[in-house]
Design a protein around this ligand. Structure first.
Ligand SMILES: [Zn+2]
Length: 143
């Protein structure tokens, strides 16, 4: 956790996956990005991230499921038990970059209205460049 930063807690429905997102973002003034791809729309996902934040994902054994679509460079993180989409991860060697689905945070109702986003219009290189700039750059996946 980052000293002085509040932590947004959340996770999947059944409790097999929990999230702790340490960030200076304030939900009331943060507009999640509602991605218009078919997968995100099917989940009602709206994304937040903070390049200066830290995201800790704890998953019980074998519960974390990864799904790739689109450019295949990102992995959507889902609970294998209850099916909830908790985040999206881009792995670049040892580094991981991630965004959080606000719909699975305890503070989900406190966020500002979502804004539409259309990353599917970007090329594969543009997408990864955007993720490295915009997504949480300190991601810890704990079993
Ligand atoms: Zn679950």
């Amino acid at each position: 956790m980052i000293a002085g930063h509040p932590t947004l807690e959340g996770g999947c429905h059944c409790g097999a996956i929990t999230l702790a997102f340490s960030t200076a973002l304030t939900p009331e003034t943060t507009s999640p990005r509602a991605c218009d791809c078919g997968f995100c729309r099917a989940h009602g996902a709206a994304w937040i991230s903070d390049p200066a934040g830290q995201l800790v994902i704890r998953a019980q054994a074998d519960r974390l499921r990864r799904y790739r679509q689109g450019s295949l460079a990102a992995q959507f993180l889902l609970c294998g038990e209850c099916g909830v989409l908790v985040g999206v991860l881009h792995e670049d060697g040892e580094r991981g970059y991630a965004a959080v689905n606000t719909a699975c945070l305890d503070a989900r109702d406190a966020f500002a209205a979502s804004v539409p986003a259309s990353p599917q219009t970007l090329s594969a290189d543009e997408k990864t460049a955007r993720w490295r700039q915009l997504w949480v750059g300190d991601v810890r996946l704990l079993g």
